[in-house]
Design a protein around this ligand. Structure first.
Ligand code: HEC
Ligand code: HEC
Length: 280
């Protein structure tokens, strides 16, 4: 990992920490950190349906697993290894802020909701009709930032490359997304993932600037289209992006500006008012 990448990730983690540390209800915690990959009684997404989880495994095991999935997998636990296999090899991330008390509260909530006819956590519904060429076009514009995200999130291309979008490759902070439609399990599963991203960087960027359904659908169309091409973003377009170092730096600054904009403005405002007060 390059030093710049480490720095940016560190900044993003610092930004997300205070909110995680705040007292939060299990319900709210679940909405923000778990619905990207799980339903309760709505079938599997990237991860298994949790209604089944509470039927199959005892409390102690589940509590341990959700607090440190990787440790359980590394211990060679056969049940966990089977779960990972069923999830296409994807490992559940360790969630910052998931204390032992929160783990208990989450499992209480999951158990209670598993007994309801409708848990209210059955996954987002992304409409079924096939993607159209116009969806792909709209999605490409969203990905590239030619069409602004309604909640003000930064364009995907500042951190991601995509094989079907050539030319100016895209940023390298995030992974290449050419095959992400397959990797994260297709329409329903990737749609849910995008509606509440729960990985470190994506969550800190989009938590307060969530992607809307009318934006997720065309993005899914783009990812479905690109997953049919076997090549990830070609390396020459990535090199071209690097050669445009200046543009990269500007983009980086713009991104930092975007992240810090509220704070800088407030700081400046108070500086200005105190200066005015001083002058009066
Ligand atoms: C990025 C996707 C992702 C997120 C976010 C996520 N999980 Fe998971 N979860 C998985 C996957 C994948 C598995 C299957 C095991 C593996 O491969 O790591 C899993 C497994 C589980 C299991 C065991 C399931 C079983 O059948 O025994 C539980 C319980 C669980 N997750 C709860 C949670 C809770 C609670 C949250 C939120 C705090 C959460 N998960 C967030 C992907 C995720
Ligand atoms: C500030 C940089 C940044 C921006 C902007 C960004 N991403 Fe990400 N994205 C990341 C990083 C870094 C990861 C790796 C996981 C993490 O740390 O969150 C990631 C992961 C992902 C993943 C999961 C990939 C995988 O294989 O597991 C998807 C899907 C994704 N991003 C979609 C998007 C979309 C769609 C947009 C635009 C709406 C977007 N991202 C904008 C940085 C970004």
């Amino acid at each position: 990992m390059s030093p710049q990448r480490c720095l940016l990730i560190a900044v993003l983690i610092v930004l997300v920490l205070p909110r995680n540390a705040a007292a939060q209800s299990a319900n709210e915690f679940f909405q923000q950190n778990c619905t990207a990959c799980h339903t309760i009684g709505g079938g599997r997404l990237v991860g298994p349906d949790l209604k089944e989880a509470v039927q199959h495994k005892d409390r102690a095991w589940l509590e341990h697993f959700i607090q440190d999935p990787e440790a359980v997998l590394n211990s060679g636990d056969p049940y966990a290894l089977q779960l990972k296999k069923d999830a296409n090899g994807i490992v559940m991330p360790k969630m910052p802020g998931l204390t032992p008390e929160m783990a208990k509260a989450l499992l209480d909530m999951i158990e209670a909701k598993s007994n309801l006819p409708n848990s209210g956590a059955t996954g987002v519904s992304i409409s079924e009709p096939p993607f159209t060429p116009s969806d792909i076009l709209t999605g490409t514009e969203i990905f590239l930032g030619k069409r602004k995200l309604s909640q003000g999130g930064p364009p995907c291309v500042s951190c991601h490359t995509l094989g079907s979008i050539g030319g100016f490759g895209g940023g390298r902070l995030g992974p290449d997304l050419t095959q992400v439609y397959k990797r994260l399990g297709g329409r329903k599963s990737l749609g849910a993932w995008l509606s509440a991203p729960a990985t470190t960087t994506m969550q800190s960027v989009f938590r307060n600037h969530s992607l809307q359904k009318e934006e997720i659908l065309p993005l899914l169309a783009v990812f479905e289209n690109s997953s049919r091409q076997s090549q990830p973003a070609n390396s020459s377009s990535q090199i071209r992006f690097f050669l445009a170092g200046f543009a990269g730096a500007v983009l980086g600054l713009a991104l930092m500006g975007w992240i810090w904009r509220g704070r800088i403005r407030t700081v400046r405002r108070s500086l200005v008012t105190s200066a005015q007060r001083g002058a009066a």
